[in-house]
Ligand binder design. Structure first.
Ligand code: NAP
Length: 287
């Protein structure tokens, strides 16, 4: 039986509608949510992502503040720009597009963003809060994954979840979110021994490696829920980490690439920015 396709595009459109309505309420009280996006350098993929974010802001009535800096920008200049955005009352969320040029320390940049404006959820304070189970700004891709699962009524509690990939922006935080919802979580990486024997135990399998089609049907249990986070750009389009055509015949639910987690990530960015603006408007700096 073929899996139900979890339609991230459609679900993200619902989220955007909600964000738009709440943004209009805020605007009627004189607060227009604002997102600042900083791009250093001219990486073509990053330029596409930044334009998508600018368009997404416009579609829900947010202000966007785009800052394009040359690749030669030094770290001090970037930190000074972030300082200015931290103290700008029109800016509720700040995002610095990754990857950064090699001469800039991305950890120092993440730490420079005020935690209450850290809509990516990468500041160590927000990461710490996430790990401790304290309400925080959750990182967009992991939040989008869990949002999509919950939208489709997938019960996470008690399930065996396997996450392939342990990056700070996807693998680790999604593991924490799944754990906080009482899944039993295993995190795999490039040095995991006999990966297929681990992935075959998954009721919920999250692939976040950036290795196209590495999750084959022989690595998936019948009836598993499969979430494909991977995006690899090729001449024939975007390719995920999952061999979609084969795996969809065994999974119960599956996300496509494109149209799965990608649009959910942008929707969660809008939601985080809205929450930052709402918190600011209500006088509490945390949502
Ligand atoms: P990353 O930082 O490169 O991390 C990749 C992870 O995969 C690492 O932990 C690595 O293990 C693991 N890995 C690589 N090859 C493996 C293998 N053969 N077997 C098992 N594990 C393996 O990547 P990322 O930033 O997490 O992104 C992962 C993918 O998601 C990329 O394609 C990226 O473009 C995509 N992405 C999509 C969205 C979205 O909105 N849909 C958002 C973010 C990222 P080690 O730690 O041992 O090296």
């Amino acid at each position: 039986m073929s899996a139900i396709i979890m339609d991230g595009k459609a679900v993200s459109a619902l989220v955007r509608e909600e964000v738009k309505e709440r943004a209009a309420i805020l605007a009627s009280k004189g607060v227009k949510p604002g997102l600042a996006v900083v791009l250093v350098g001219d990486d073509p993929a990053s330029q596409v992502y930044v334009r998508q974010k600018e368009k997404a802001c416009a579609s829900v009535g947010f202000a966007s503040f785009m800052r394009y800096l040359p690749a030669s920008t030094d770290e001090r200049e970037l930190l000074d720009l972030i300082d200015g955005l931290n103290s700008d009352p029109a800016v509720h969320g700040i995002l610095v597009q990754l990857p950064l040029p090699k001469h800039i320390d991305k950890d120092r940049v993440a730490e420079a963003i005020g935690p209450e404006k850290d809509v990516d959820g990468f500041h160590p304070i927000n990461v710490g809060r996430l790990t401790l189970g304290i309400e925080t700004m959750e990182p967009c891709t992991p939040k989008g994954i869990v949002y999509l699962l919950e939208h489709y009524g997938i019960d996470i509690e008690g399930k065996r979840a396997v996450v392939v990939g342990r990056s700070n922006i996807v693998g680790k935080p999604v593991s924490i979110l799944l754990l906080s919802r009482n899944a039993t979580v295993t995190v795999c990486h490039s040095r995991t021994k006999d990966l297929p024997s681990v992935t075959r135990q998954a009721d919920i399998l999250v692939a976040a490696t950036g290795k196209p089609k590495m999750i084959t049907s022989s690595m998936v249990k019948d009836g598993a829920v499969v979430v494909d986070v991977g995006i690899t750009r090729t001449q024939s389009g975007l390719i995920g980490d999952v061999d979609f055509d084969a795996v969809k015949e065994m999974a119960s639910y599956i996300t496509p690439v494109p149209g799965g987690i990608g649009p959910m990530t942008i929707a969660m960015l809008l939601l985080n920015t809205l929450k930052a603006a709402e918190a600011c408007a209500s006088g509490s700096m945390r949502r």
